[in-house]
Write a protein that binds this ligand. Structure first.
Ligand SMILES: Cc1ncc(COP(=O)(O)O)c(C=O)c1O
Length: 387
């Protein structure tokens, strides 16, 4: 069993997450407080021992490793010839928006959603069009308003949809039917479906459906991005893969990535990714077990509080409904940090009903999660007292 109770000490190491005051506890940005799999560290060390930092190409072994991972874990082998290396998922999204849509076009998202999607759209002069996800407070789950989605995809100015599969921050894991329906609507209205599948490996009791596993006709207009960065906690490796089954679309995406200078790996990216996908299987399964217990702990500890924990089945980012005592997640998060030192993500940055939520990253040793929950409960009491 991998020991996830120990954590690397990251204060003073340029970590964005751990640049905090003494006594503060950061549980916001999406990296984990776990040591990376030993196989990844060994592969990168071996590379460093060469003492050479030259320009690199992508070996076939890299694409084979990606394909084998999806075949082993998700029962579908994407064809390595569909793949292009890229230095990150967000850079790939921005590049695809620039290459495949025009200034002034609309790009559809499903808010509340990962806030970088908004930046990729707006910083390139396109407009965000959201078909907001509908929240059911009784079940704490989200669903699509299909009529609204189709109407917005049918808008002649909507040329791309950025789909978060599974969905950050709500944790929604799309069923195969939902993924098929979304892909069909995009095909019907000739909208490119950009599916960000970075959280695909981290689901609990519900399988994720890769868009590249859909029937042939539905994936012809799709661009899928995957990465080991969330699964294996290797964000700064800057390694991701775009998968584009259609050869014409792939050529356009490839042109975009190359002209944006996003297709060249640093020296750790290739050995690190291959070691993640081919030699870290046990680490990954131990991680899923550990995270499942952390997720249950949060449900249990917050059960008797005014916070409702979303029961959606994906990611280690828990989506906490605070609407019983606040509709201003930014103000509550600020208060929480000041009074208890706990740092969570305020949900308002994700749009739609995000202002009723905070997001808690539970990929941390259990004692940290327990500490976070104690602080959170105290923060809620103090907030309610101040009235
Ligand atoms: C949905 C989603 N996409 C992309 C990223 C970041 O990807 P990258 O670091 O490869 O740009 C994140 C990080 O939290 C994410 O949640």
């Amino acid at each position: 069993m991998t020991d996830f109770d120990q954590m690397p000490k990251r204060q003073g190491t340029n970590s964005i997450k751990w640049q905090v005051k003494d006594g503060e506890l950061p549980m916001w940005i999406a990296d984990m407080d776990f040591a990376v799999s030993p196989a990844i560290i060994a592969a990168i060390k071996q590379k460093l021992e060469l003492k050479a930092f030259g320009y690199e190409e992508i070996p076939d072994e890299y694409y084979q490793a990606v394909a084998a991972w999806y075949e082993k874990i998700h029962d579908y082998r994407p064809d390595p010839s569909w793949m292009i290396f890229v230095t990150g998922v967000v850079p790939a999204i921005t590049s695809a928006v620039k290459r495949l849509t025009h200034v002034g076009d609309k790009v559809l998202v499903q808010a509340p959603v990962y806030n970088m999607f908004y930046h990729s759209i707006e910083n390139t002069g396109r407009h965000v069009l959201s078909s907001d996800l509908q929240y059911d407070q009784a079940t704490t789950r989200y669903h699509v308003d299909w009529e609204d989605l189709e109407e917005k995809l049918a808008d002649p100015l909507t040329n791309m949809m950025i789909f978060c599969n599974p969905h950050n921050p709500t944790g929604h894991v799309w069923s195969r039917d939902e993924v098929m329906r979304i892909a069909s609507l995009c095909a019907k209205h000739q909208v490119v479906l950009f599916s960000d599948e970075i959280h695909g490996d981290l689901t609990f009791d519900q399988a994720y459906t890769p868009v590249f596993s859909l029937p042939d006709e539905l994936k012809q207009h799709a661009v899928i991005a995957v990465s080991p960065s969330k699964t294996f906690n290797v964000a700064a490796l800057h390694a991701a893969t775009v998968i584009v089954p259609n050869s014409n679309l792939r050529a356009q995406v490839s042109r975009g990535l190359n002209s944006d200078e996003l297709a060249e790996p640093n020296l750790a990216a290739i050995p690190g990714t291959i070691a993640a996908y081919t030699q870290s299987n046990q680490w990954y399964h131990d991680l899923l077990d550990y995270l499942a217990i952390n997720r249950q702990l949060v449900q249990k500890e917050l059960a008797d509080t005014p916070i409702k924990v979303s029961k959606e089945a994906g990611t280690y980012l828990l989506w906490l409904d605070i609407s019983q005592f606040s509709h201003d997640s930014a103000a509550f998060s600020k208060f929480l940090r000041e009074k208890t030192g706990l740092i969570l993500s305020a949900g308002d940055v994700y749009g739609a009903n995000g202002h009723d939520f905070v997001r808690m990253n539970v990929a941390a040793p259990r004692k940290l999660v327990a500490d976070g929950l104690t602080r959170l409960k105290r923060g809620v009491q103090l907030w309610q007292k101040q009235g």
